[in-house]
Design a protein around this ligand. Sequence first.
Ligand code: GLU
Length: 446
Amino acid sequence: MSVIVRFAPSPTGRLHVGNVRTALLNHLFVREQGGEFILRIDDTDLERSTEEYENGIREDLSWLGLDWDSSFNQSHKFDAYDEAASILRKAGLLYACYETAEELDKQRKLQRVAGKPPIYNRAALELTEKEKDEYRQEGRLPHWRFKLSGNVVTWNDLVRGEQSIDTSSLSDPVLIRGDGTYLYTLPSVVDDIDARITHVIRGEDHVTNSGAQIEIFRALSDHLPNFAHTPLLVGKDGKGLSKRLGSLSIQQLREDGLEPLAICSLLGKIGTSDPVDIRDNMKTLASEFSFDKVSRAPARFDEDELAMLNAKLLNDLPYDRVKQELDDLGVQGGEDFWNLIRANIGKIGDAAQWSVMAFAPMAGQIEPEDTDFCNLAADSLPDELDQDSWSSWTNHLKETTGRKGKNLFMPLRMALTGRARGPEMNKMLLVLGADRARARLRGQSG
Ligand code: GLU
């Protein structure tokens, strides 16, 4: 049996690291197993869903390298949901309720006061046809609930192991709102059946839903997927990310200059038994994937770790893998320059800054107490520079001035590059050339 999975975002916002981890785990699993990855746009909520968000989701997934084999929108499938609803109605499993939101709220409050769990009391099941008519004449529109069995639903979750949900502890879920629109629960099951989804891989906030949804699966079909509920992401402080998800959108991370493979390497490895590190490509990540490695504990997402992985990825990248991006950024100096700076960049945009520093005229930064020293350094710099020039020149300066260590090297670095840290100076000096280096050492533009 070939694997079929789906990632089912609602286009009511941009993707963030939390839902992308779900997309990624689906993707890694299906690419490792061989099979089909469906992108399902859960846009039954027509008011909150927008085409702009849908396009954003596709753009973000493509950029991350999470390609899908097919895609469809739930908003094109209302006929199928109506048909399923009618099957459930005929089976006596979908019943009309007329309570208003206020009445339900009051009911829950009373239950709480009485020390009972706030479970829907199923009063609607007792309504006579006459009472229903009266409600309708009052102008009340029914919402529709699925009648749970009251039994314990069990499944063997691929991440959480044996799971059991006692449906007698749940309210019968509303499947259709008073205005006739569908909540997520039924369309999701209908589409999982239609597409013969073999594995539903999603966040553990859906565990309870799964209890109810499994009963709906059973009522509609003999198809039942496997389930894998993955722990949610938390920040490095162990707190939930929900308040910070805006700044952790994929769009934002992309704008911040982070690389897709760094994001996927981190999200694919946190909360697993594998070490968190950069992987060469998505294939490697997929080949290492297994549900056995996914921990039940929350996965910690740390932006500093992402920054570190991003730097590591760039530091290891050969020129041909970044040439296009460097050209787009206007970075000069070709392969040699890339090899010189790559250990010093955290984000690809940093390459542009080093390029400006190295190839555009700039005056050096010289502290007043270093002016004489830098002038002397300029005077003693040879015209012809080679690999050894930096060491012979600085040795000479050491002997003539008595300066050593930081006192010797830092003023030179600051005068030549304007920064306290950066690429190896012996090579940087060659990139600058003698004339420009001298000008910078004299505090002139060079
Ligand atoms: N649209 C749902 C969500 O984003 C999909 C959940 C599921 O994968 O079934 O939470």
